[in-house]
Ligand binder design. Structure first.
Ligand SMILES: NC(=O)c1ccc[n+]([C@@H]2O[C@H](COP(=O)([O-])OP(=O)(O)OC[C@H]3O[C@@H](n4cnc5c(N)ncnc54)[C@H](OP(=O)(O)O)[C@@H]3O)[C@@H](O)[C@H]2O)c1
Length: 238
């Protein structure tokens, strides 16, 4: 494919991906992950420059991508992740304005400090109590894109599946909350890939891959997603 494109003096998208890096990009930042971040954030949160954006699961594949798009679009970005080291990566390497370890900080107090004017957009990867706390700090007409709810995926204890009620905030602040599946934007797949590719080539968007080697590592790599082992996209190389 590469030879044919070069012969015609143009590079098809796949060759462009290969030209800047490797196949794995098409499984992450220039694939489903990148499109989930791009369409979910831009279409549902509809961010405006200078607005304050909060991302949960911020050091994961989708969250780290969303936070950087928010920055590119001129927003203030605050992330929540599960270790201090991940939070340092978000602020020092990816340019998040602030990042809090959701295991150790008081979410509401953290937002009162770092988002004193309130939260306009929330990109939710995790759900649960963290999300109820974020919604309590949103501004009128705030927008919430519900991408995932990883905090609930393995929780079977009915008591632990209960969170603080959010309806009072939703009504009083007139919030718009919308779940989505990336497949909704399937007919625009190439638009998302090309946009993300452009930002990567311009050096505005960084991506990280957490790669383990061999089929034998697949189970541990999968469980690691719930332990929070990864930064960026988890991949198993066969
Ligand atoms: N709507 C769609 O079309 C679509 C498409 C793709 C993915 N998704 C969803 O989007 C979310 C993010 O996907 P991803 O690929 O970015 O995930 P990922 O890279 O696999 O990241 C998962 C991260 O979630 C965090 N996490 C795990 N358990 C948690 C808990 N109980 N509370 C808070 N954080 C927890 C962990 O980081 P910490 O160390 O920070 O805890 C982990 O590293 C997932 O929920 C996934 O199901 C949705």
């Amino acid at each position: 494919m590469m030879r044919n494109c070069v012969t015609r003096n143009l590079l098809c998208t796949h060759c462009q991906i290969l030209a800047i890096c490797q196949f794995s990009l098409a499984l992450g930042a220039c694939g489903r992950v990148g499109n989930t971040a791009f369409f979910g954030f831009t279409e549902i949160c509809k961010p405006k420059p200078r607005e304050t954006v909060v991302v949960s699961g911020a050091a994961g594949a989708v969250g780290s991508h969303v936070g950087q798009i928010a920055k590119i679009l001129g927003c203030k970005v605050i992330g929540f992740a599960g270790t201090d080291e991940k939070c340092a990566w978000l602020t020092e390497q990816l340019g998040f304005h602030a990042a809090g370890n959701y295991r150790t900080v008081d979410i509401v107090e953290f937002l009162k400090t770092h988002a004193p004017n309130g939260v306009d957009c929330y990109f939710d990867n995790v759900g649960g109590e963290l999300s109820s706390s974020v919604m309590s700090q949103m501004n009128n007409f705030g927008r919430v894109a519900v991408c995932g709810s990883i905090s609930s995926y393995n929780e079977t204890d009915p008591e632990k599946r209960k969170v603080t009620i959010t309806q009072p905030y939703i009504v009083a602040k007139q919030l718009k909350i919308e779940g989505f599946l990336v497949n909704r934007y399937a007919d625009r797949t190439m638009d998302g890939i090309l946009k993300n590719l452009q930002w990567i080539k311009q050096g505005q968007l960084k991506y990280k891959e957490h790669i383990t080697n061999g089929f034998d590592t697949a189970v541990d790599a999968f469980i690691g997603l719930f332990r929070g082992d990864n930064k960026g996209k988890t991949l198993v190389k066969l």
